[in-house]
Ligand binder design. Sequence first.
Ligand code: BJ8
Length: 425
Amino acid sequence: MADYHALWESLGMDLGTHDQLCAALPPLFEETFLNQTDRPEGMDYFNMVIAEVHGLRIQELADHKARGGLVVGSFCVYVPEEIVSALGGVLVGLCAGSQFWVPAGEKVLPRSLCPLIKAGLGAKLSRTCPYFQSVDLVVGENTCDGKKKAWEILGQHVPMHVMDLPNRKSPAGFALWREEIRRLTEELERRTGRTLTYENLLEATRRVDDKRRALQKLHGTRKNDPAPLSGTDALVTTQIAFYDDVPRYTAMTIQLAEECLARIAQGKGAFPVGTKRVLLTGTPVVVPNWKLHHLIETSGAVVVGEENCTGSRYYESTTDLSGVRDLPSLLDALAHRYLDGIHCACFSPNEERFDDVVRLARETGAQGVVDATLSFCTTYQVEGENLRRRLAQEGIPLLSLETDYTPGDEGQLRTRIEAFLENLG
Ligand code: BJ8
């Protein structure tokens, strides 16, 4: 990576502490990714994006801002990227996947809180995340209790807009969500000085859906045995989708998917034929959290899918444009895409998620499911019992794990994963 200290300084970052973070990432990336064998060549682009995660992309965001563009941060897949993009903005996921930021978060939050929230706030408070330092606005969402209360604190440090989410997918819930999309549009129009139109929203919707379709194509190749790319590589491609330039990302993902199809035709895989196959479900796995994929794939199995917000929940559904003729009908279609197509444990009931887990396990040929939740994530942990029941009815083996971002539990996790894999048919 080139020297970006001047850029980071202009963003008001704590350079000394940030240097420590930058020093920690390359060895972790090397151990997790570069030590893998038989990787597709198309992964080179994604390796480069990670290597430049605090460099090149931050420079691009700075250039975008210099041209008068808005940069918006978010923590959740319910925040509609299409609207930000239609108004000339760039939406970036605020990663929150590192233990590095947790202690700073714990200065203002209870220790008994999910690490994703603590790392998110810690990244801002410690001024060590250049994405956080680049955003003009953070769009939060009232999903879990921890997040909705954390926004009250985060809002004291960065401009925030909070979207309210319904608890139920009902007609009343839809009306609430549609109104929230209107409120967000109004906020973004005010900040950008632009107007949302049928034309700019349609174009943005197609652009974002092309990205999702590229991901569908890539992840669809993982159904093959042998899987043409590892689950660890597949995971990082989705993680990068949250902040990379959209058209470039789409093109590189299609290229990688084409290579994976060619590998399938040649019988080439990241692991030997017959390697045990696992589907992951649960809470999001955000950059640079690669812990469980790495543990599973160095314990003799391959991860063939992720039913989570850094997996299928991010890319499986697209906006249904049939019947769309004007801005209100397009906004309706978009609202349906988000509300009907994403199944988060913050909704009750949430049976659709169990349907998705069963369907994905069958489609990917997974012999077992790992339900991985972050510590103190009550919503997903409580939902775990009904998931267990459903998978038992379907005859699909399940391993439930709870973990955080620290390496302290890796030995114990590996022992449990190995025992689970041993018993898979
Ligand atoms: S749509 S999963 S991205 S809310 S892990 S912070 S739920 S305590 S991240 Fe999520 Fe949106 Fe739902 Fe997806 Fe709370 Fe749980 Fe932490 Fe979580």
